[in-house]
Structures are given as C-alpha cells and as structure tokens.
Design a protein around this ligand. Structure first.
Ligand code: SF4
Length: 529
C-alpha cells in the first residue's frame, strides 16, 4: 500500500511554541519545524511514495517524509539508528520536528527506518534530498537560479572497517567463513573452535590468529613459517566450505576474500621455485585492506596525510555557500575520477557552471577536459622549470605560443609549428648556432618543448596568477575548505557506513544539513521575499 501524504500542522501549537522558545543551540530543529512542509512538499512526497509498491492490502507505510526527516536529523545529531528511535519518545526537539509530541511509542520501528534508507539509496532519491534544499533556497529568496561559480575540493574520510595486516586479514576472513557455517548449522559462534577443528585448522577458531600461532614475530624465519601455516589454513577452509552441501554463499564469499588477500599480498611463485612463499614487498595496486569493507583503500591526501578508506568531495557554490553536488571515492582513486558524480548531480539540477575553482589534482578531470567554452577554470598553475636550480635555463613560458596560428616562437625568434599533445623539436643545427644556446639547452639534438593537450588552459593559468586580480580569484577557493570543515564536523572523520554508496548517502544528507543551515542564516525578510 502506498503511504498517504504527510500533512502535519504548519502553524505551531501553544505547546510547540514553548519548545521552540526553549531551544537555545540546536536551531535546526526549529528551522525544520517551520519549513518541513516546504522541504517535503506534496510533489516531493509523491516521489518518495513511489518507493513503495501500490498494493490494496497491508498496513499503510509510515509517511516517507517523516522517515526522511528523521534521517536528516540523525545526520545533524550524529546518532545511531537505536538512538533515533529513543529520541522520538525522549527528546521533545525530535518530537517537534517529527510531529509526535508527547508520544509514548515511537512513530516508527528501527526496521522501518533501516528499510526506508535502503529504498532511498536504491532509488537514488538521496540525491533529490540535496536538490530539494537547493530548490528551497531558490524558492525562499536570496539564491536565484544562475550559472554557478563553484569550488571543488576533498577531505579524508577514514573507513569504518578494521584495517589489518595480511595474516590477520586472511585469518579474519577464514573465521568469518566458518562463523557463517556454524550459524547455519545452529551451532552458534561459541562453537567456532569446534568447527575450525573439524575443518582441520584449529588455529582459525582462536580469536587472535597471531596469538594462536605464538611465534617470535621479529624472526624472519618464524614469519615465513607462519605465512606457510596460514596459507595451509586458507586451503583447508576453502576445501571444507566447498565440501558442505547447501553451504550459505556468504561462507564462499568470505573464502574468496581470503584468496583475494593471498593473491594480492603473497608471492606464491617463490613456492613453485622450491622456496617458501613470501610476503610481497610494497603495496599491491588497489590492495584490499579490510575484511568488512572491501572498498576501503590506502591512499593519501597529501605527501604527509595517509588515509585508510575514502575521500569525500564537495562542490560549493561560492556565492550562496550551498553544496549542490558531492562525491565519494576510494582513497587511492585520483581526485579527477570524482567529477563524473559531480557532473551527474549538476545535470540532475540542470545547473550550469560559469567558474570552477579547483586544485591541480582535478585538472585532468572530465569536468575540465570537456568543459564548455564559457566555463572559466581557476587553479594554481604548475611551476615550470628547466635546468638545475643554480643555473636555470629558459622554461616553457619563455617561448611564445600562438594558438590561432599553431606556432611556437623561441627566445631567439625561431618559429616552429606545434600541435596540442605533441613535442616541438627545434633543429639541432639552428640551436648549435644560436647565441642563446647556453641559456636554453645542453642537448646536442637541439631544444625540445612538449605541448600539453590543454596547453591553452595551462598558459592561461600561468598568465592569470601574475596579476593581483588573478591571485585574488585563486584565493576564493578557500571557501570550499571552510565548507569541508563544516561537513567534517557533522559527518566526523570516520565513515559511519561500509562501502562507497552508503557513505555517499551519508555525505548527501550532511550536505542537506549544511544547506539548511545556509538557508536558515539568510535574514528572514529575504527568505520570505
Ligand atoms: S637554443 Fe634553439 S630553441 Fe633555444 S633559443 Fe636558441 S634557437 Fe631557440
């Protein structure tokens, strides 16, 4: 059965007014009470109702608008699902927003909230929540529709899964596989040791694989021996799971995780050559680092900041302060890979970019490479050097580029044709005879200059930062750093969920919280205009 439209009273009752007057700090409760009917207007509620099958029987579902509102307040307060349910009967501010003042029983069960969140994510309607705040901002005045001047940046989001070394990862995955079988056989997790013994590998039943192995971990020979024992355990558990009739597929999935860790971290070829298998040196590309969260990765935000998990990317409208688009990537993914998510969010809002302020990591993104002619990119240019620092030679900016004619002119006024993405080789004879040669090149083959595929943009960026106006424009990007600080304050530094998609949902509702604060900060007369 489809849910009915939620139509709580617009004007606050006398009892609600008392609560509103008492709220001192968490003013978003008051704002949501006043504007919930605009955020969840009837058209949006009809979209949310589409998450439910239209059947003629069964209980009418809880209004999705009420559940969506609870998810937004959950992000604002940073509480668990259990705490949400508790707050609906214990906290009068929650009751004010969710229209359940003095309720003795929660208006919905935890399972209903969890189920609604899964439906919302599956249908991609969490993106619509962000869009609704942007629409509300436009409708309530202050932020009209226009081409955006926006800045994009990211911050680290540590993953929720436990990061472990290779041996513990394999041990953890094997314990999980046996735990699935133990539950399936009705033995419970307490009999993990029993099922591990049955699989022929009792050490997997121990809560700590390393404690069960009881070796001197500083001794390389003992470490190699331990690796051999764990690899044997992987084979034993894999064979045991495969031999179980009607085994729960989750057991095989956990064995697959153990195999994935083995294949990425262990040099098995050494075993073929007669030596013991050894742990690989360095970090494998796209290395799995957690059993629970298979999408977390090692990465870095800067040379000094290492991340185990994800990066959250936020696009800020520099004029309004709103967040119209967000994205989440694994920590090892290049920054530029997020711009597909950002473009999709903007396309869904039919928003157009007029200015994009970014750092250099986003320069290779689609958003820049396939930009419209009227999109201005603001970014600090790469420093261009040539030769050692004590004796610098002519760098690329000393050469004049004529993009209309496709000509490159060197400091000695020698003109050569160029093409974007190609390399210009000045003739060796000309360079040998050139009076400026010592300041230009040491090559006997003559000077060569590489032309970047987007050289026009790079030249523009270099030129722009030479002027005070250009440098002032570059400083505008700092606004997105402030926005990321606000986002971090609500979302925290550690992910609430497992996997990219659920964490994207979480980031989107944090963007909703941020945008509602931006709208609430607008003077009331402008909001009503
Ligand atoms: S060395 Fe060659 S490229 Fe450099 S200034 Fe002289 S002619 Fe031009």
């Amino acid at each position: 059965m489809r849910p009915k439209v939620w139509r709580p009273a617009v004007e606050p009752s006398a009892a609600e007014q008392v609560i509103i007057r008492r709220v001192r700090r968490a003013k978003l409760f008051v704002f949501l009470r006043a504007h919930r009917h605009e955020l969840f207007d009837e058209a949006f509620q009809a979209e949310l109702a589409g998450l439910y099958v239209d059947a003629s029987h069964g209980q009418p579902p809880v209004p999705p608008a009420q559940l969506a509102l609870a998810l937004v307040v959950q992000a604002y307060q940073g509480v668990s699902d259990d705490e949400v349910i508790e707050a609906t009967v214990m906290d009068r501010r929650w009751q004010l927003v969710l229209d359940c003042l003095d309720a003795e029983h929660p208006p919905f069960a935890k399972g209903t909230l969890v189920g609604f969140r899964a439906r919302l994510i599956e249908a991609g309607l969490d993106r619509r929540l962000v869009e609704r705040t942007v629409e509300l901002a436009a409708a309530t005045g202050g932020f009209g529709s226009r081409a955006l001047r926006a800045a994009l940046d990211s911050s680290p989001l540590w993953g929720a899964g436990r990061v472990e070394d290779t041996l513990n990862l394999m041990g953890h995955a094997l314990r999980k596989a046996l735990g699935v079988l133990a539950r399936q056989q009705g033995r419970g997790l307490t009999d993990l040791a029993g099922i591990a013994a049955q699989a022929g590998t009792p050490m997997v039943g121990s809560s700590s694989l390393k404690a069960a192995l009881d070796l001197d971990w500083d001794d390389p020979v003992a470490r190699d021996h331990a690796l051999g024992l764990v690899l044997a355990a992987v084979d034993a558990v894999a064979a045991f799971v495969a031999a179980q009739p009607d085994a729960d597929p989750n057991a095989a999935a956990s064995v697959a995780v153990a195999h994935q860790v083995r294949d990425q971290d262990v040099d098995l070829a050494a075993g073929d050559a007669g030596a013991s298998p050894t742990l690989r040196r360095g970090v494998a590309k796209d290395r799995r680092i957690s059993v629970e969260d298979g999408q977390m990765r090692h990465g870095r935000k800067s040379r000094s900041t290492l991340i185990d998990g994800y990066k959250r990317h936020v696009l800020t409208d520099l004029d309004s302060g709103l967040i119209p688009a967000v994205g989440v990537t694994a920590a090892n993914a290049p920054e530029a890979s997020v711009t597909g998510q950002i473009s999709d969010d903007l396309a869904a809002q039919q928003a157009r970019l007029a200015e994009l302020h970014i750092d250099r990591a986003y320069l290779s993104s689609e958003l820049v490479r396939e930009r419209a002619d009227d999109l201005a990119i603001y970014c600090k240019a790469w420093q261009v050097r040539n030769g050692p620092s004590h004796a610098p030679r002519f760098a690329k900016p000393a050469f004049r580029l004529d993009f209309e004619r496709g000509e490159l002119t060197c400091p000695n006024q020698v003109v050569m044709a160029f093409r974007l993405g190609g390399t210009v080789h000045f003739p060796a004879q000309t360079c040998t005879a050139c009076p400026l040669r010592e300041r230009c090149t040491t090559s006997t083959k003559g000077r060569s200059v590489h032309i970047h595929p987007d050289e026009r943009l790079l030249a523009e960026l270099r030129q722009r930062q030479l002027t005070p106006h250009g440098r002032a424009k570059l400083r505008e990007r700092v606004a997105v750093e402030h926005t990321l600080a606000h986002v971090g304050q609500w979302q925290g530094r550690r992910a609430r969920y497992i996997g990219i998609r659920k964490n994207l949902f979480d980031l989107r509702r944090v963007a909703v919280v941020h945008n509602l604060h931006v709208i609430a900060r607008q003077p009331a007369d402008q909001r009503a205009a």
